[in-house]
Ligand binder design. Structure first.
Ligand code: IMP
Ligand code: MG
Length: 178
């Protein structure tokens, strides 16, 4: 279902490029030379486009893995109930792990994932999000690498969906309310 209008552009293609480049520089500078490759973990499906762009801006040897979570429903309000639909392929024990998310909204999903990943004893655990909605925060989340703060509106595009649609927009926009 991709039949709603986009009322405004929140993050343009050019801005996305600049943001991703800056994040890549910050992450590269932070990790420097690691003993083993950095493990970049993307949360599907929302992070797939951002992650693909981001890893190409990180100038440090790395591996990628993915995890699918579901926060129930297809609406515009996240339920806060999170379950693992597809787990990582590899162990993160003793690894330097960078978690990559499309957006931190209430923070419920990320805070649960961070706790879960922390229990698996990584060597280090940092988090990176492309979008951040500080005004929607309910659960406290420490974000180490943040793309851009946006207002408390429903964003689509660049991987983010509404009812699974709009992920292919090359920019981030706001949907017209019904
Ligand atoms: P949370 O509220 O921080 O737990 O956000 C959970 C998930 O809801 C995110 O990973 C997104 O998949 C989705 N989400 C939150 N806000 C938006 C939005 O504005 N557009 C699209 N998806 C969103
Ligand atoms: Mg998501």
């Amino acid at each position: 279902m991709q039949n709603h209008e986009i009322t405004k552009v929140l993050v343009s293609e050019d801005e996305i490029k600049q943001i991703v480049r800056r994040l890549g520089e910050e992450i590269t500078a932070h990790y420097g030379q690691l003993e083993r490759e950095l493990m970049v973990v993307g949360l599907l499906r929302g992070s797939f486009i951002f992650m693909a762009d981001l890893v190409r801006q990180i100038n440090t040897p790395l591996v990628v893995d993915f995890m699918t979570l579901s926060s129930y429903g297809d609406g515009t309000v996240s339920s806060g109930d999170v379950k693992v639909v597809m787990d990582l392929d590899s162990s993160i024990e003793d690894r330097d792990v960078l978690l990559v998310e499309d957006i931190v909204d209430t923070g419920r999903t990320f805070s649960k994932v961070i706790r879960m990943m922390g229990n698996r004893n990584p060597r280090s655990l940092k988090v990176c999000t492309f979008l951040n909605k500080p005004d929607a925060r309910i659960a406290d989340v420490r974000i180490d690498f943040c793309g851009v703060d946006i207002p408390n509106e429903f964003a689509v595009g660049y991987g983010l969906d509404y009812a699974q649609g709009y992920r292919n927009l090359p920019y981030v926009g706001v949907l017209k309310a019904d």
